[in-house]
Design a binder for this molecule. Sequence first.
Ligand SMILES: [Zn+2]
Length: 374
Amino acid sequence: MKFSLEQYLEELKPLINVDCGTYTLKGIEFIANQFEQKFQAMNGWNVKRVDCGKAGIGLEIRNQPDAEHIDIMMIGHMDTVFPIGTAEARPMSQDAEKAYGPGVSDMKSGLLNIVYALRHLEQTVLDKLSICICMNPDEETGSNDSVEWIQSVAKNAKNVLVAEAARADGGLVKARKGMAGYKINFNGIAAHAGNDPEKGRSAITEMAHWIIAINAMTNFESGTTLNVGVVSGGAGANIVPENAQAAVDIRFWNNAEYDDVNTKLHNMAQTPFVDGVKVTIEREAYKPSMVPSEQTEGLMHLVESAAQELSIELNWHAVGGGSDANNTAILGIPTLDGLGPIGAGFHSDQEYLLLESIEPRIRMLMRVLEKLAA
Ligand SMILES: [Zn+2]
């Protein structure tokens, strides 16, 4: 591979200088078109557009579209977390070491690294592998409208590589915490706090009991943590509150432990602390945890030896945030993440891409694919 950093950055720039936050359909469409064109310009790739409902479209790109099995599935997302106007306010820029801009490492460079790796792999290697790349439009809000599709593809895959950025120290991601987000609604009965408070049923009192009970479920040792992050409710100090709401975030390593917490919450909703208050629970986001299996360890060794051959130092991270890797790992498919170039500062204006890591990480991805083909 003859690598030109200048050319790479030229190709990256239009992918950064467009607003493509989740549900910004025009921007997502633009990104999808860009990648569709890239793959169509390469020989032997079939690009399918997948309807992801209100999130727009996803791309499913295969070199053996008729094969039932998939040797390697690669995943990357086309959306960012940034609102409309960000691309104009701070378009892609660079200094001697880093490139900056919305999505520069989370994860447009990861997507582009996949393209570069596949562009430069020997055809004889590609011929030995059934490869499927899925680019979804809504990872940043939990992949709600793409998770079914992603999992239906993953079911036929032997290995999954997610090309989110490698960590600042160059590390890859072997484990990710699971997460769940809930909105809990409390509906009581309003009453005048002066005239007839006994007729009221306080939604806020009920919520207060819940907050204490939810905090008590946290287990720092096992890593199951619950956070009541936002609360609201009530209409005035002189009114017994009719309504209250709480937003709760749960993180966990142990999927069974999370299931217990989920069951407890639903049981609590059936038996409110304050008689006459109704509680409803909505789960707005969910990702199971990604914990390496024995097979995953095999894939880790393969990646390690690919890195070693290229004199790249690697370590493995277990991180708190989720990605689409969680959605394929739960199916029992060996899944690793962090196969993009090195970056950090995600979801902020500090986000950067480490320029010197781009080429080595393309080469590493190529070497991993070559080893999987062998
Ligand atoms: Zn990402």
